[in-house]
Ligand binder design. Structure first.
Ligand SMILES: [Zn+2]
Length: 464
């Protein structure tokens, strides 16, 4: 259906975000949300407990906000975009993604050895330009896959310009999310990360006026991966700065044996502002502590399998009522950012481990990939469901492709049948990023060519 240029949400008169740096590359500037549209006649999977599912419904968006959801919305003069044959639903939220190394897809193994050795060699020759390009590639793949919010786990900040480069690329992408400012690789176990740099960034890049859709947090090594003097100092600084924290925890058996979750609890360091990652070997009592303190958890089953951490204790996580969310982790190991695949492996691992079909429902996997992620990042009142008053971060998934049709129900379609290529439409904060299955804002071939050239040069330098 034709949409007038004046009314459409991608109006070219809109305000652009920063794009002056060469790091920004080929993407077009992101306009401020404006105008109105009704996404009409799709299967509306709101994931809002009051609205529920509308087998045929309309979603009315104005200036980047959802203003109405109903079976039929008469909005005279407002352009309508036909969503028949598509599921209209909230965008996915990824809560743990090391975006900086995305151009190193597949370098989880090399002649130098497994993940730590191969990526260790590459990270030593890494540059701010490589990080920025990787973030751009990751954000492009996120849009491809229907992921509209990301927690960028930046754990190779070797100097301030690395952080600046990643933030600039992430802001320019137009995705919603968090930049979790991290540490350099390598770093001494008793050495604290660049806390001064974080404070400066908070005061300059993340003020009310400068932050845009991005917020700031810290990614830290935590009690499993550094000395108490370092993790206690970093934790205290984050709390002083009033910034949220994310840390890997209990990823393997040796890490779990160090009792990090119990230590954090005893020192009053858990809470809704602490997003822990993996907990593959957390005990049932550890998981209860996370639930009691409302500390959210991010699991990334594909990479937990591939790197050899093991199987996430999904039944215990559910029994304890830990606030759960999902993640792709990194492209080095995961290979792609397919959140449909992450939901599928999560649901099916739960069934296999419990020896019970449906132990983790498809709807629960969908909740973890959307609302669970939004709540884990403190964005539960802003995104995560299609709810009147929330921002318009939503996707449309084709129900009529070869691998999605015919299908018995939409939950199964989304968790077991659909693939990123079935994401037909992506809107973030009211701005269209993908339509008719194609990126609206990115020169994909140019981005891929640039990425291939960059990783080729880094391989030569790292001799890998
Ligand atoms: Zn990680």
């Amino acid at each position: 259906m034709a949409i007038s240029r004046r009314n459409f949400l991608l109006g070219s008169s809109a305000v652009a975000v920063s794009c002056a740096s060469p790091l920004f590359g080929h993407a077009q500037s992101i306009p401020a949300p404006q105008g109105e549209v009704v996404l009409a006649g799709g299967y509306v999977l709101s994931l809002d407990p009051v609205i529920g599912d509308l087998p045929k419904g309309d979603v009315h968006i104005r200036n980047g906000a959802i203003v109405a959801i109903a079976a039929s919305i008469a909005a005279p003069g407002v352009p309508r975009r036909d969503m028949a044959g598509r599921i209209v639903m909230p965008g996915f939220v990824d809560t743990h993604w090391h975006m900086w190394n995305s151009i190193a897809r597949g370098f989880g193994n090399s002649r130098l050895g497994p993940f730590a050795k191969s990526m260790g060699a590459l990270s030593r020759v890494w540059t701010p330009e490589a990080s920025a390009l990787s973030v751009r590639l990751a954000c492009a793949e996120a849009v491809q896959s229907g992921i509209t919010t990301v927690n960028n786990w930046a754990h190779n900040i070797k100097a301030r310009d690395f952080a600046d480069a990643e933030v600039e690329a992430q802001k320019a992408s137009g995705l919603r999310g968090r930049f979790s400012y991290g540490y350099p690789q390598p770093i001494g176990k008793a050495v604290m990360m660049d806390l001064d740099g974080i404070e400066i960034m908070r005061n300059e890049e993340f003020t009310e006026k400068t932050r845009g859709l991005l917020s700031l947090g810290l990614c830290v090594r935590g009690p499993d991966r550094c000395e108490p003097v370092a993790w206690r100092g970093e934790w205290a600084a984050a709390r002083e700065f009033k910034l949220p924290i994310t840390s890997h925890i209990a990823s393997d058996r040796a890490a779990a044996a160090m009792g990090g979750i119990l230590t954090l609890h005893r020192e009053g360091m858990l809470g809704p502002d602490v997003l822990l990652v993996h907990a593959t070997h957390a005990s049932p009592s550890d998981l209860r502590l996370l639930a009691e303190t409302k500390s959210p958890l991010s699991i990334s089953p594909w990479t937990e399998l591939e790197v050899g951490y093991g199987l996430p204790p999904l039944a215990q996580m559910m029994d304890a009522r830990v606030p759960m969310s999902l993640s792709v982790d990194n492209m080095v190991l995961a290979g792609n950012a397919d959140m449909f695949g992450v939901m599928r492996v999560t649901a099916d691992l739960a069934a296999g481990m419990a020896e019970k079909q449906g132990a983790l429902s498809d709807r629960m996997a969908l909740q973890w990939a959307t609302m669970g992620g939004a709540e884990a990042l403190g964005l539960g009142k802003i995104v995560g469901s299609l709810t009147v008053g929330k921002r318009a971060d939503l996707i449309a998934v084709r129900m009529d492709s070869l691998n999605t049709s015919p299908v018995k129900n939409v939950d199964f379609l989304l968790t077991h049948a659909a693939r990123p290529n079935d994401v037909d439409f992506v809107m973030i904060d009211g701005v269209v990023h993908k339509e008719s299955g194609r990126h609206s804002r990115i020169d994909v071939p140019a981005l891929l060519a640039e990425s291939a050239d960059m990783i080729r040069r880094l391989r030569i330098q790292a001799d890998i």
